[in-house]
Design a protein. Structure first.
Length: 547
């Protein structure tokens, strides 16, 4: 039996790869006897008939997983007195739990752990996976004499609080060095998810709980054992060195099967946008930080090329959101950014010098390239609201590329390019200061359309490979349209022939089948219609000018 693919792992730079930063909230055998007082307030007090909370539980997390009137989530244990634990259930302190989809939700917006003051029969577990010390350090594990998945410990008797936690078995004659999950307990005996080794072996050592220290350490113990699924791994805001892609022990996630990778600083949950994100930093040349065929999501990570050659951030079929690639400038043509097969890019920025964002079948939304690297589609894909500066541009090397409301500021030789046979459709895009605005790879490609696109300061707006019928309602710019593109501010200025020309000029202005009008701008960044100093939407890699 493999480790659960619904588990959540924790990696912190002050942890240890000898720890077991693993907890499975979907375990089916948690105790169901949790009771509480003052449960609707910010400091509920909980007790269990099957477990006496101890001082060592302070700083750990109590999971409430089911029960009438209980609010499912992960609650910090603030203090323990006389066997009862006081939780921090203030607004924003609790991460909710979506048990249907086995994933962490957003921080709580209402104080309390239940909708009634004194709930009973709650399903609960204690998560020891976080922190800079093991929750329990076993030194005398004994494998059962008849069932090799069971163990006991005299020094640290097993209890209901250990269910769902991982144990990193480290040594012991007859013991298998591995990660196991405590699936259930009976009195002082734990049953694990797999064989611990030889029957009746004694003197086993291992750690329950405590954060892993490195991505590679977590991958070596957990990632290869899970076999895909929903496994989430969360990293704290620290710098993690990534060495050669094949050297898993030193940090790279090459070939591992984590399904979700999330960065955090203050909010340890999957959808956070903490500004102080963890950094995966290349410590050698030719590093691909994440190369994972099972990956689904990468959120809120900084990828630091650290001026190493042959750098690549991500190679996977995944959704990449709220991520940053940095320090590629001195590498020249050797830096590749995010490359996905079937995947997406959302609200991310890259200064990669060769390819900033590349998808085989995918799309990008509100992304920024600043280092000259391409937005590239190799089969079919689309880009919306993306910004290219510093020489970056858009390239179709596949069948179809669709673009809407994308900006290109001083692209190297062309704003939009294509390989022979590519079908390119661009709507409401802006190109300024290059040799050729639009340069498809061949003529006669069916279905190409360039609708309501604004081009200026170019030698040639559309190459001869664009037929007259492909170009619909072209807009000619006579002045730069942005407030300060070099400084990352792509808000429209109010210059005649520049930004003023593009305000509320987006296509279409009326929506078929609806009675409402659309007043969007021809630009990646939209203004607020309600105010002359309208707020800009947040956009990575850009400063926030006003209009």
């Amino acid at each position: 039996m493999a480790l659960s693919n619904t588990a959540i792992c924790d990696v912190q730079n002050l942890g240890s790869d000898s720890f077991a930063g693993y907890f499975n909230p979907s375990n089916a055998n948690f105790s169901t006897d949790l009771a509480a007082t003052s449960a609707t307030g910010a400091s509920p007090v909980v007790t269990s008939a099957s477990y006496t909370f101890v001082a060592g539980d302070v700083g750990k997390y109590l999971w409430v997983l089911a029960g009438t009137n209980w609010i499912k989530g992960r609650y910090p244990i603030a203090s323990v007195s006389a066997g009862a634990a006081t939780l921090n259930a203030a607004v924003g302190a609790v991460i909710t739990w979506d048990s249907t989809n086995s994933r962490l939700g957003a921080p709580n917006t209402t104080a309390g752990c239940a909708s009634t003051a004194s709930p009973t029969s709650g399903t609960w577990g204690v998560d020891y996976s976080q922190g800079t010390a093991a929750g329990v350090a076993f030194t005398d594990m004994v494998i059962d004499g008849t069932t090799n998945t069971k163990f006991t410990s005299a020094a640290n008797p097993v209890g209901k609080n250990m269910i769902g936690n991982g144990v990193n078995v480290l040594s012991g004659t007859g013991f298998t060095v591995q990660m196991v999950e405590i699936v259930s307990t009976s009195t002082i005996t734990a049953t694990c998810d797999k064989s611990l080794g030889t029957l009746s072996s004694t003197g086993g050592t291992g750690n329950l709980g405590g954060s892993f220290a490195t991505p590679g350490g977590a991958a070596a113990k957990v990632g290869t054992a899970v076999g895909g699924g929903n496994l989430a791994v969360l990293y704290n805001a620290a710098v993690f060195a990534m060495s050669a892609s094949t050297n898993v022990a030193s940090g790279s996630l090459s070939g591992q099967v984590f399904a979700n990778i999330f960065g955090w600083a203050t909010n340890r949950w999957q959808g956070n946008q903490d500004a102080n994100r963890p950094t995966f930093q290349a410590s050698a040349n030719s590093v691909t930080c994440i190369n994972n065929n099972e990956l689904r999501h990468v959120n809120n990570i900084i990828f630091d090329a650290n001026s190493k050659t042959g750098f690549q951030a991500v190679a996977a079929s995944a959704s990449v959101a709220d991520c940053v690639i940095t320090n590629c400038a001195t590498i020249g043509g050797g830096a590749t950014g995010f490359v996905v097969g079937d995947g997406s890019f959302i609200n991310s920025t890259s200064d990669a010098t060769t390819t900033a964002f590349q998808a085989t079948l995918g799309y990008g939304y509100k992304c920024t390239a600043t280092g000259g690297g391409k937005f590239r589609i190799t089969n079919r894909g689309s880009w919306y609201g993306c910004n290219a500066s510093g020489g970056s541009y858009f390239q179709s090397d596949g069948i179809t590329m669709f673009m809407a409301n994308c900006n290109m500021s001083s692209p190297t030789t062309q704003g939009i390019g294509g390989a022979s046979g590519s079908v390119i459709v661009a709507v409401n895009c802006v190109i300024w200061n290059t040799t050729t605005g639009v340069a498809p790879g061949s003529s006669g490609t069916g279905g190409m359309s360039f609708i309501n696109c604004a081009i200026g300061s170019v030698t040639t707006a559309y190459s001869t490979f664009c037929s007259a019928g492909d170009i619909i309602n072209p807009i000619t710019l006579t002045a730069i349209p942005w407030t300060n593109a070099a400084g990352g501010d792509f808000s429209l200025n109010n210059t005649a022939g520049g930004g003023a020309l593009l305000r509320e000029l987006g296509y279409p202005s009326t929506l078929p089948g609806l009675s409402t009008n659309d007043y969007s701008d021809v630009n990646a960044v939209q203004r607020s219609v309600a105010s002359a100093a309208g707020a800009l939407m947040y956009h990575p890699g850009m400063s926030g000018g006003t209009v």
